[in-house]
Design a protein around this ligand. Structure first.
Ligand SMILES: Nc1nc2[nH]cnc2c(=O)[nH]1
Length: 452
């Protein structure tokens, strides 16, 4: 007999075209973690659908939302979140980030940092995260274990950086060791998943072209083709990265990654601020997704990523916090920053320019579109059935309370669309009362449940 639960209440979720729908007083039948039926509570078939299943109902002022999908998190950098962001990217990496990541050779340190981060993300409604760990294979497994212990869906990569420009204290020994360690890591994660059922996935993770040799990139591309696992990297993040890659390869960042066999349906590339039309067409034709990280792009990107243009061209786009190029672990903040940055892109930022010359037309992202990026867009980017409260999708959900112990200023709003906008703009972690990942409750009464 499948494990059955029926969740009842009003939900906000995207339809198949990414339009946000208010499903007022609906039933969500969940069997073994997946939604098998969605129907209005007053549907004549409702009583039969519920049967003798356990029922979980919302209280007045509570709403169901899909769990958020964070497409770009550097887990070790949680230990420096909020520091040194006024430096340029290359200096920030060398002076702060690589020395910090080198400390993750210490498995105990890794365990402490990773457990803290996974709990903080879950408490903010992030049910799935695509993580960079560090170059260390064993210590990277600690991040996988932290996800499994807390019940978060975690896609984790052992970082590859074997190039000559990396510091001696933090790099792979050489290309063949980097590829072999990646293969080892993938097998361990797949074994853990098979043995425990934990929602953990291995990810092939060349840090970015400037930190990898051609040999390693080609080896990882071959692994991606042979094993069919996810791939992540950085792409066209900044003027510095883009020009570095063009000087070295004679091609754009995305064309070069494609040449190494690293683009595809399961590839997610972070930032992608500086893509020309050919790059965008390449993303669309290969099914490669963009992890839009608006906060960190404001520090390191040199421009605002035109994500509406990418979406119009058929590219999958989701959101990333980019801990710690972005200091804020909340995908709620990433939604808000997506909207804010897009408005600045559309209007322009230099008041000395005439209005017509100042910005990029048709760039604005609405709050609802940004919510879609954080949910359905993230799921589609990963090619996983997550990010929507719809039949066939995992029950990854957040229970939002706008009237409980931290009420939002919602007094006489009764239009569901208005309520959703106010939740998106005003909610804090205190409003997230419970969180489920694939039908399992991982946050209860606002507290993370550990020890799955
Ligand atoms: N934002 C960001 N960009 C990078 N490019 C290469 N490594 C990194 C990193 O850790 N963070």
């Amino acid at each position: 007999m499948p494990d059955r639960t029926v969740f009842r209440g009003t939900a906000f979720s995207c339809d198949a075209d990414d339009r946000v729908q208010a499903l007022v007083d609906h039933l969500f039948v969940v069997e073994d973690g997946f939604i098998t039926a969605v129907l209005p509570a007053d549907d004549p078939a409702a009583a039969e659908a519920v049967g003798d299943a356990e029922a979980v109902s919302t209280q007045p002022g509570q709403y169901w939302l899909p769990g958020f999908v964070d497409l770009h998190v550097h887990a070790p950098q949680w230990a420096q979140a909020g520091t040194a962001l006024d430096l340029p990217l290359a200096d920030w990496l060398r002076q702060h980030t690589f020395p910090l990541e080198a400390r993750f050779a210490d498995v105990d340190f890794a365990r402490r940092v990773y457990a803290s981060l996974v709990a903080e993300l879950l408490a903010r409604g992030t049910t799935t995260a695509l993580y960079f760990a560090t170059v260390h294979p064993t210590s990277s497994l600690e991040l996988v274990l932290a996800c499994a212990a807390a019940g978060q869906r975690g896609l984790v990569g052992k970082v590859v950086m074997d190039g000559p420009d990396n510091p001696d204290f933090y790099k792979d020994a050489d290309a063949s060791a980097a590829v072999a360690d990646t293969g080892w890591f993938i097998r361990r994660v797949q074994e853990l998943r098979a043995a425990t059922g934990a929602e953990v996935y291995p990810v092939i993770t060349p840090r970015f072209i400037p930190s990898c040799t051609d040999e390693a990139l080609a080896g990882l591309g071959a692994l991606a083709r042979d094993l069919g696992v996810h791939v992540q990297s950085h792409c066209a993040e900044s003027d510095w990265e883009s020009s570095h890659v063009r000087e070295r390869t004679g091609r754009s960042d995305s064309a070069a990654l494609d040449g190494f066999g690293l683009l595809g349906e399961r590839s997610v590339l972070a930032h992608c601020v500086h893509l020309d039309d050919d790059d965008v067409a390449l993303f669309a034709s290969t099914g490669t997704a963009v992890a839009h990280c608006p906060l960190s792009n404001a520090f390191f990107g040199d421009a605002v990523a035109p994500v509406r243009r990418y979406a119009r061209a058929g590219v999958d786009v989701g959101l990333g916090t980019d801990i710690s190029g972005g200091f804020d672990p909340s995908l709620w903040s990433a939604i808000r920053q997506t909207v804010t940055s897009s408005r600045m892109l559309e209007s322009g930022v230099d008041a000395a320019q005439p209005p017509a010359a100042r910005g990029v037309p048709d760039s604005r992202v609405t709050f609802e579109q940004a919510f879609a990026l954080a949910t359905a867009g993230g799921g589609r980017s990963l090619s996983l059935p997550i990010g929507r409260l719809a039949e066939g999708y995992a029950w990854d959900a957040q229970l939002i309370d706008v009237v409980g112990h931290r009420p939002l200023p919602i007094f006489d709003d009764d239009e569901p669309e208005r309520i959703l906008q106010r939740i998106i703009t005003l909610a804090t972690p205190a409003n997230i009362r419970a969180v489920w990942v694939q039908g399992r409750k991982v946050v209860a009464d606002g507290e993370v449940v550990v020890g799955h």
